[in-house]
Design a protein around this ligand. Structure first.
Ligand SMILES: [Fe+2]
Ligand SMILES: [Fe+2]
Length: 475
C-alpha cells in the first residue's frame, strides 16, 4: 500500500515506479482542476465540506471522513487487488487467463467502452453544478458534493486506464473527456441522459436514483471484464456508487414523507396548495428519469453487445450466477413494432445479441425495489396513490420503441394522441417552474430543512442531522 499523504495522486497502482505514466497523469491533473473550477459546483469552492475520501481498497478502512475544500480533494486511483490466476468467465475466451494488457483485436472496442463510461462521470457533475445554490439543507448540500467529487474520481479511474493502456490515442481521449460539455449543442456528452438538464433537487434525487443505478449495472457488467485492469477499477467504483443511489432513494423517500404530511393537512388533499410536491408531479419525474435511464443500456437487439460478450469484454451483471457462460443456444423473444404501426410481431433473437436487454431487465427489477418502499410509505399513511414504473416502451429514444409513442402502460399512441396527452405523463414547463419555485433560496442553517422535504432518518457517519456538514466561507 502506498503512502497516500505523500503523493500528488493517491494510488495503489505503484504510480511512482512508472515515471512516464506519472508524468502524463501529473500533466493531466491541472487540466482536470481547471475543468473542476469551471464546471464543478458553482459558488462553493472555498467552503469546508465534510467529505469521504477513498484512501485504500480495504473493506473496513477504505474511506476517510474530514473537512476539505473541494479543489483540494485528493482524487486518487484505486483498483481492487488482482485475483490470483483469474480467468475469463464468459464468451468465446471462457477459461483463458485474463488480459493485463489490451489485446490488439479488442483495442477499439475496449477504448470505446472506457470512454463511454468515463464521459458520464464529468457529465453528471456539469448537470448538477448549480444545485448547491438551492439546497434544501446542509446535509443535502454535503451529499451533493460527495457525489460530485466521487464522479470526479471515477473520471480519474477511466483516465488512468486510457493513459496506462492506450498510448497516444488514450491521452487524446482523456483530453476530450474534459472538453465535451453536458447539454452543449456543439460538443455534447456522449449519452442522452447526461445531456438532460437537472434544474432542481427533485431531478437530482431522481437522477441519483435512476441514472446512477444505470451506472451500477454498467459497472457490474464491466467488473466481469477479461481486461483485468478494467474489472478491478470498476469493482472499486461500485463501493462509491452505492452511496449515490442511497442519496436518490432516501431523497425521494423524504419528499414522499413530506408530501404525505402536506396532503393530509390540506382539506382537499392537495399537497401543492400547501407548498409541497404533489404525487402526480412526482410520478412525472419518475417517468422522465426512468425512461431516459433505460436508454443508457442501448438497443434491445445489438451486435455490439454480442461482440462485447463474445470477446470477453463485458458480461452480464454477476456472471457467476449463471450456469451457461457461452450463451450460444438461448434466445430472447421480443415484440417488434410493425413499420406501419399496426401492431407487433414476435421475433426470437440470439441471447448474445440481447445482452443489453438482459442488463436492462436486472435494472428494471432493481429500480422497482425503491418504488415499493415509497409505496409502502403511502400505504401506511392510508393514501391510495401508488408510484409506478412506466412500461419500458414509454418515451424511448433508442432501440425498438424509439420514434414511436406509447403511454406509460405501453399502449401505442398516435402522434396526435401523444401530443394531447404527454403533459400528463412527463413534466411540463409549468411543472418545472412550479418545482423550481419551491427551491429558490438555499438553506444553510444546520439541521433546518426546506419546506418540501422531510429530514433524513440519520446523519452521515454517525454525525447528528444538525451537524455543520458544510462550513460556508463566503456568505
Ligand atoms: Fe460514477
Ligand atoms: Fe454515481
Amino acid at each position: 500500500m502506498s503512502n497516500v499523504s505523500s503523493e500528488r495522486i493517491p494510488n495503489n497502482v505503484d504510480l511512482a515506479s512508472d515515471r512516464k505514466l506519472q508524468r502524463a497523469l501529473e500533466a493531466w491533473q491541472p487540466r482536470f482542476i481547471d475543468w473542476w473550477m469551471e464546471m464543478g459546483p458553482e459558488g462553493f469552492q472555498s467552503d469546508q465540506v465534510y467529505l469521504r475520501t477513498a484512501i485504500s481498497v480495504e473493506a473496513d478502512g477504505w474511506a476517510h471522513f474530514d473537512y476539505v475544500k473541494m479543489p483540494d480533494y485528493r482524487w486518487g486511483i484505486f483498483l481492487t487487488p488482482p485475483t490470483q490466476s483469474r480467468t475469463i468467465g464468459f464468451g468465446d475466451n471462457l477459461g483463458k487467463p485474463v488480459w493485463d494488457t489490451v489485446p490488439g483485436e479488442h483495442r477499439n472496442a475496449l477504448r470505446r467502452l472506457i470512454v463511454t463510461q468515463g464521459d458520464t462521470e464529468p457529465a453528471s457533475v456539469e448537470q448538477q453544478r448549480l444545485l448547491g445554490q438551492t439546497c434544501p439543507s446542509l446535509y443535502d448540500l454535503r451529499n451533493l458534493f460527495q457525489v460530485n467529487v466521487e464522479e470526479g474520481r471515477h473520471l480519474w479511474a477511466m483516465v488512468y486506464l486510457l493513459h496506462s493502456y492506450f498510448g497516444r490515442d488514450g491521452r487524446e481521449e482523456a483530453e476530450a473527456l474534459l472538453e465535451r460539455r453536458s447539454g452543449n449543442e456543439d460538443k455534447p456528452r456522449i449519452l442522452g441522459a447526461f445531456n438532460e438538464p437537472c434544474r432542481h433537487w427533485l431531478s437530482f434525487f431522481m437522477f441519483t436514483y435512476f441514472t446512477d443505478r444505470d451506472g451500477k449495472y454498467q459497472l457490474l457488467a464491466l467488473a466481469e471484464s477479461g481486461f483485468d485492469p478494467l474489472a478491478r477499477t470498476t469493482r472499486f467504483m461500485l463501493t462509491e456508487e452505492a452511496h449515490h443511489m442511497f442519496v436518490g432513494e432516501t431523497g425521494v423517500g423524504r419528499i414522499v414523507e413530506r408530501t404525505i404530511e402536506l396532503t393530509q393537512k390540506n382539506s382537499n388533499g392537495d399537497a401543492r396548495a400547501e407548498g409541497g410536491i404533489d404525487l402526480p408531479t412526482l410520478q412525472k419525474y419518475v417517468n422522465l428519469w426512468y425512461s431516459v435511464s433505460l436508454d443508457l443500456f442501448g438497443g434491445e437487439i445489438s451486435s455490439n453487445a454480442a461482440n462485447y460478450f463474445a470477446s470477453g469484454l463485458k458480461a452480464r451483471a454477476k456472471e457467476d450466477r449463471y450456469e451457461d457462460h457461452l450463451v450460444l443456444d438461448e434466445v430472447m423473444s421480443f415484440e417488434v413494432p410493425r413499420a406501419d404501426r399496426s401492431g407487433f410481431d414476435r421475433q426470437d433473437v440470439p441471447l448474445r445479441n440481447a445482452m443489453n436487454e438482459v442488463l436492462r431487465g436486472e435494472y428494471v427489477e432493481d429500480s422497482q425495489r425503491g418504488v415499493d418502499k415509497w409505496n409502502r410509505q403511502l400505504e401506511e399513511a392510508g393514501l391510495a396513490f401508488r408510484i409506478t414504473l412506466p412500461s419500458t416502451r414509454f418515451h424511448r429514444a433508442t432501440g425498438l420503441y424509439a420514434g414511436l409513442h406509447f403511454d406509460p402502460e405501453g399502449r401505442l399512441l398516435s402522434e396526435a394522441e401523444w401530443q394531447a396527452q404527454k403533459g400528463q405523463f412527463l413534466p411540463t414547463e409549468d411543472d418545472e417552474t412550479y418545482v423550481s419555485s419551491l427551491m429558490q433560496r438555499p438553506i444553510y442553517e444546520p439541521g433546518k430543512m426546506a419546506h418540501w422535504i422531510a429530514p433524513p432518518a440519520k446523519g452521515i457517519k454517525g454525525r447528528p442531522i444538525d451537524f455543520e456538514y458544510v462550513r460556508r466561507q463566503d456568505i
